[in-house]
Write a protein that binds this ligand. Structure first.
Ligand SMILES: NC(=O)c1ccc[n+]([C@@H]2O[C@H](COP(=O)([O-])OP(=O)(O)OC[C@H]3O[C@@H](n4cnc5c(N)ncnc54)[C@H](OP(=O)(O)O)[C@@H]3O)[C@@H](O)[C@H]2O)c1
Length: 345
């Protein structure tokens, strides 16, 4: 899997077709898409043209797509992948990911009967039938990944997750290293163009946290950019690749596309990479969370993560916080009672 791929979220319509051609010209041989991005048809058309023109061969390019929540249950996942393949005009993908660990029905209602172990069994079946060359997970927590590792007959090949300067995911990286799983980082540039994604039912699927500092303006990044005569984006991408993590920056701009893959003519070295890795101690920022699944038993975020990153917009969080505060007040009152009586005596 090439260490730099092209992210394609928020790349739709004719834009996608042109961008894929520009990306291939710039040297990209890895494309990351998903059913959710609604651009598989345009990517498939662009690839078919490029194959027909002889610019690239199928085996030269690594294609990842993802099954969204309504597509991951074992009874629907094969038809989900076959639909993606039809749109991409391919007979297999190189990597198929479970986009988010929480299974739903088409209308977004929860499938609480489907656990991550069940999702994985469905993915193993697709791998065994040759519909995908590798399988993996996206946005799974460490404990969910460990649960899969316990039952897997086909190993998890890739874990894709939000990972950037202010969210370095060190525990997840260590777990993946131990089990030989490739880590792919998304939003390495801090996703400056991110938007909320609203489903057809009007419910937000993805929501982003606002007002986070721009990672391309981080003082350490700017210092390193000056030192290596590179741009801040190139420093963030190169540093991540030197940590052994693959990256999938998104750009629809021809110049920035080239800039983002032009990171192989310099080496930052351990000290400067460690400097970047240490930035998270000063700042912590999660950019995305999923309000549509925050009551799902397989929501990958813990209570503490909801508290740290999603407050105050998570209504479930607010209810839980109120409940905890109320219970604590009662406990405090009950525990305090004997002392109160003592002082009265
Ligand atoms: N698995 C998941 O749940 C998940 C979630 C989010 C994203 N992803 C994947 O990861 C990819 C990347 O993440 P992302 O799109 O959130 O964020 P990103 O790659 O960190 O940032 C993309 C944004 O940065 C701008 N940009 C790109 N190159 C730049 C440069 N050199 N200098 C300045 N600005 C630059 C882009 O604008 P222009 O287009 O105008 O250049 C775009 O607005 C996605 O496209 C998607 O494929 C996966």
């Amino acid at each position: 899997m090439p260490s730099v791929g092209l992210g394609t979220w928020q790349m739709t319509g004719e834009d996608a077709n042109t961008v894929i051609r520009d990306a291939v010209d710039a040297g990209y041989r890895h494309i990351d898409t998903a059913t959710l991005y609604q651009n598989e048809i345009q990517i498939g058309d662009a690839l078919a043209d490029l194959f027909a023109e002889g610019k690239i061969k199928r085996e030269d390019i690594f294609i990842t797509t993802k099954a969204f929540c309504h597509e991951i249950a074992p009874n629907v996942v094969e038809s989900s992948l076959r639909n993606s393949l039809k749109r991409l005009r391919l007979d297999h993908v190189d990597l198929y990911l479970a986009h988010i660990p929480a299974a739903t029905n088409d209308d977004g209602t929860y499938r609480t009967d489907v656990k991550v172990e069940d999702i994985w069994k469905g993915f193993e079946n697709l791998y065994n039938h040759g519909l995908t060359r590798s399988i993996g997970v996206s946005n799974f927590s460490n404990s969910q990944l460990e649960r899969i590792i316990k039952i897997q007959t086909v190993p998890v090949h890739v874990s894709q997750l939000e990972l950037h300067l202010y969210l370095p995911q060190k525990a997840h990286r260590a777990l993946c290293k131990k089990h030989n799983i490739v880590v792919t980082a998304y939003s390495t540039l801090g996703s400056p163009g991110r938007m909320n994604v609203i489903s057809s039912t009007g419910k937000p699927l993805f929501e982003y946290t606002k007002d986070e500092p721009n990672e391309m303006e981080d003082e350490a990044v700017i210092k390193l950019a000056k030192k290596y005569n590179k741009t801040p984006a190139q420093i963030l991408l190169r540093g991540t690749v030197e940590m052994g993590i693959s990256v999938i920056p998104k750009s629809t701009n021809k110049l920035r596309l080239r800039e983002n893959i032009d990171i192989f003519d310099f080496i930052m070295g351990r000290d400067d990479v460690n400097l970047l890795d240490a930035r998270s101690k000063e700042k912590q920022a999660r950019l995305f969370w999923w309000p549509s699944i925050n009551e799902h038993p397989e929501d990958p975020l813990t209570f503490v993560q909801h508290f740290l990153f999603c407050f105050p917009r998570s209504s479930v969080f607010k209810v839980r916080l109120l409940a905890v505060t109320f219970c604590s007040a009662i406990m405090f009152y009950l525990l305090r009672l004997p002392f109160y009586n003592l002082s009265l005596n």
